[in-house]
Design a protein around this ligand. Structure first.
Ligand code: PXG
Length: 441
């Protein structure tokens, strides 16, 4: 395809999401192509993808199975109504997805994004209690520093201050447990930190404060991503599950970034051996190629809705594009690619090499912590005095100029390369970062 001419005039109309718009438009960074581990920039450079797009292109870019599946599907059936009608690929995909997830998480509700998966799961949880005659359980509990997308439910249970403070009173009836970040005790941990399982006990405090009869669900990211990669302390998630079980509270894992192989197993559920009642996913479900999300729920949750007269709708929720045929085709092509290339477990094979490479940055200028799990890494920097976020943002700009794409949030660099990364590319990523960090003010 020919490239549209770029003038300041035509950059102006697009109000970019989560972007410093004025800074960007003065010196735009535009990708025009992608293949395997690399993006191609508008000025013809190759940039190593250290972030799998936005944590979504787990199989790398331009994968033929996915491209062909999408092309075929558009020509065959471009759209089918999502309500009161169906098409075969949605059923095929749901069955394949549920086979990937441990039982009893064997039902799947389709959405178009992580944010929509979160809204869907929260509504499902509240409605579940109501259909069972426990309509007083409406309260939702999230966690400080949690990211659950940008819709009102998600920012209400989320705990990222900048994402909440501009938007009024949010949902009522929401409370938060504390985050698990503890640099003092856990800095430079490899994998799960040793200290902090006791932070789960905060949930007991909230259960006592609000009474279990008012609480519908607790939602957490098994590994918090967007906030700058917070890895759960050993024993923490298991303890959350126990407390939820004791009090009839549903546990929701938001696996939008941990799903589809990021930790070296298909889902964090497998990795941590803790089975929640609902799991939200998106991103890697289609390798980022077509927007799609999915909520997994337990057979108990699903069964609770399957009562009453059969001609009545059981759950008044859904999207025009739930289970869109083209998204389903992309997801099926993605699952084929993951399976053929063993990508859902490849992060486990690379984890030690990845951890060694990342932790070799200990002692590099400005670095106050390094964290890793699966093919996720984070490097926390000492903020510049009086100018938080600036040091990491400058690192991002300089790494991009040096041919490596990283993500930053606050003063934390987050890394999540496609699961096809080779060891030589891990070396290049880390060596570039070392050079960039040493040169920073
Ligand atoms: N839950 C979690 C745990 C997420 O990480 C969402 C929900 C929302 O997904 P959608 O598809 O609505 O964006 C996310 C998204 C980053 C970054 O660099 C992370 C996300 C999105 C964009 C950037 O950390 N996570």
């Amino acid at each position: 395809m020919s490239q549209p001419a770029l003038t300041s005039n035509n950059l102006d109309a697009f109000w970019m999401p989560f972007t410093a718009n004025r800074q960007f438009k003065k010196n735009p960074r535009l990708f025009v192509g992608a293949e395997g581990m690399y993006y191609k920039t508008a000025d013809g450079r190759q940039v190593l993808d250290g972030t799998a797009g936005l944590w979504c292109c787990n199989a790398g870019h331009a994968r033929p199975r996915i491209t062909e599946a999408v092309q075929r599907q558009i020509a065959e059936l471009d759209y089918a109504p999502a309500f009161q009608m169906g098409h075969p690929h949605a059923f095929e995909l749901a069955a394949r997805l549920s086979a990937l997830m441990p039982s009893p998480l064997d039902h799947v509700f389709f959405t178009n994004s992580g944010s929509e998966s979160v809204e869907t799961a929260l509504k499902m949880a509240i409605a579940y209690h109501r259909v069972r005659g426990e309509g007083s359980r409406t309260r939702l509990i999230g966690r400080e520093r949690g990211y659950h997308g940008v819709n009102f439910g998600g920012i209400s249970v989320g705990g990222i201050v900048a994402n909440r403070k501009m938007f009024g009173t949010l949902l009522g009836g929401v409370d938060h447990i504390r985050h698990t970040h503890d640099l003092e005790r856990n800095a430079f941990s490899r994998g799960q930190p040793d200290n902090g399982a006791e932070y789960a006990e905060e949930l007991i405090r909230l259960v006592q404060l609000h009474d279990p009869s008012t609480i519908a669900a607790v939602i957490v990211e098994p590994v918090a991503g967007s906030t700058g990669v917070l890895i759960p302390p050993k024993g923490y998630l298991k303890r959350l599950r126990e407390i939820c079980d004791q009090h009839g509270i549903l546990l929701i894992f938001d696996e939008v970034i941990t799903g589809f192989g990021r930790l070296g197993s298909p889902f964090a559920v497998d990795h941590f051996g803790v089975v929640p009642d609902l799991v939200t996913t998106a991103k890697g479900i289609t390798n980022g190629v077509i927007p799609m999300g999915a909520v997994f729920c337990s057979s108990d949750v699903h069964q609770a809705f399957m009562t009453g007269p059969e001609h009545l709708i059981e759950f008044f929720h859904g999207y025009t594009y739930s289970g869109h045929p083209v998204a389903c085709a992309a997801a099926l092509g993605t699952l084929d690619t993951y399976e053929e290339e063993g990508l859902l477990t490849r992060a486990a094979e690379l984890e030690d090499y990845w951890a060694d490479a990342l932790h070799s940055l200990k002692g590099t200028r400005h670095v106050i912590d390094i964290r890793n799990i699966g093919l996720i890494g984070a490097i926390e920097l000492e903020p510049m005095a009086g100018e938080p976020t600036k040091r990491a943002f400058t690192a991002f700009l300089n790494a991009y100029e040096a041919g490596v794409l990283i993500r930053t949030t606050g003063d934390i660099i987050a890394l999540s390369p496609p699961l096809i990364i080779e060891k030589s590319e891990i070396d290049r990523l880390v060596d570039t970062l070392r050079t960039v960090l040493e040169a920073l003010d």
